[in-house]
Design a protein around this ligand. Structure first.
Ligand code: ZN
Length: 415
């Protein structure tokens, strides 16, 4: 019964995503030869067609990736992959904790290897063709080694402590594991600007006095205490531009990608930053963190309930071994299959995120300039080859940002 439910939901999930993607392909293709009127002044037909072709390429790759992920999931569960792996590792490793950590590590490694061709294709074929990729294979390998190292030094103690709690802390393990998870997220947030990000990029203080003055004035107007303004060498990897906040408490910094500063003028940079400040001042960041923490608690409670049920394992193709901990199996099965049961949450979260984007835009209009923000957005859509004409249903399901035309319309309406 549970197997049947799982398979039906997985098929429904894949079918829905593929259907939405084909709608997106058709819609973007159909609007490929006309720039929407609101953008006609700034975006040439050639750029618009380039954005359409880039979107078509990304969407097709995404479809293939989704099907591969679903097949991998079925391979691990109903086809017995996880069961086999667990038995093999059980023969090789005597130590219970080591065996369970090895199981989690192997599954993550296998999924990483299966996902690798998609990442490589996206960067070195698609992005390369459209001129976004600035990375050579050497830098990609160096990045991957560093990321792997980070996963090992942060992930191993996290997984080990959760596994230990599951076996030793009785029913209260959920609460302890949740506290560890929340603490872990805060630790990463705290270490990110000073330790993690500098492993990948160089940060230099912003040295454009006129822009610095404008940003500091904006921060004063918005009553935002600022610890530093930095420029990041994003151009080492990609031509896509961005800006973000990092750190919390009193050590808040603003980081600009050099690619953003090279494309936008001072007014536009100020407006983009006002939008980002809006997210902060309207508590979007805090709300999102709290929502994540609440969802984590719900999921852990659910996991605690399911991990004691035989049908949860057998329904997903695994026969739990009696007389030894099956906690790693429970964790893996739960978090691998969770997206299948919660895929209907995705459009809700996307809708929430789009609502926050509109609110941050309104904040930017009030504290900076709506015209400059509109101009910056048009420039960024153009530079990033983001489609201006997504399929409405596809966009409603997936997009964390409002579609270009609607967003610009709202901006014009606000100022
Ligand atoms: Zn935003």
């Amino acid at each position: 019964m549970f197997s049947l439910l799982f398979v039906s939901l997985l098929l429904a999930d894949v079918a829905l995503r593929l259907w939405l993607a084909t709608r997106q392909l058709r819609h973007v293709h159909r609007h490929r030869n006309q720039v929407p009127p609101a953008f006609a002044e700034r975006i040439s037909l050639r750029s618009h067609q380039r954005a359409a072709d880039y979107t078509l390429g990304l969407t097709r790759l995404g479809m293939l990736e989704r099907v591969t992920e679903a097949a991998t999931l079925v391979g691990f569960t109903l086809l017995g992959g996880l069961q086999m792996l667990d038995l093999q590792l059980g023969r090789l490793i005597d130590h219970e904790m080591a065996r369970q950590l090895a199981l989690i590590g192997s599954v993550l490694a296998i999924m990483g290897v299966i996902g690798l061709p998609f990442t490589l294709w996206r960067k070195f074929v698609l992005d390369e063709r459209f001129g976004f990729n600035r990375m050579r294979l050497g830098l990609f390998l160096a990045d991957s080694v560093k990321a792997l190292f980070l996963v090992l030094i942060f992930g191993t103690p996290l997984a080990a402590s959760v596994l230990w709690l599951m076996s030793a802390a009785g029913v209260a393990w959920v609460l302890y594991a949740w506290l560890i998870w929340v603490g872990f997220r805060l630790l990463i947030l705290w270490l990110f600007p000073s330790i993690i990000a500098p492993l990948f990029n160089r940060f230099t203080p912003l040295d454009r006095p006129e822009l610095r003055e404008r940003v500091e004035a904006l921060a004063r107007r918005c009553d935002f205490s600022l610890d530093g303004l930095y420029v990041m060498d994003g151009s080492r990897r990609s031509a896509h531009g961005n800006a973000y906040f990092t750190g919390f408490g009193r050590q808040r910094r603003i980081v600009f990608f050099d690619t953003l500063l090279s494309r936008l003028n001072t007014d536009e940079v100020e407006a983009v930053l006002a939008h980002e400040l809006g997210h902060y001042k309207l508590h979007h960041i805090r709300q999102r963190t709290l929502l994540d923490a609440a969802l984590a608690l719900v999921f852990l409670l659910l996991l605690a309930g399911l991990s004691g049920q035989i049908w949860f394992y057998t329904g997903l193709g695994v026969v739990p071994q009696l007389g030894r901990p099956n906690d790693a199996l429970a964790l893996l099965l739960f978090f691998m299959t969770l997206p299948v049961f919660t895929f209907w949450l995705a459009p809700l979260l996307a809708w929430r995120s789009r609502r926050d984007e509109y609110a941050a835009d309104r904040y930017a209009v009030q504290h900076s300039s709506g015209a400059a923000l509109a101009s910056a957005l048009i420039g960024l859509y153009d530079d990033n080859a983001a489609t201006l004409t997504p399929d409405p249903l596809y966009s409603a399901f997936h997009d964390t940002h409002p579609p270009a035309v609607a967003r610009l319309q709202a901006l014009r309406h606000d100022h």
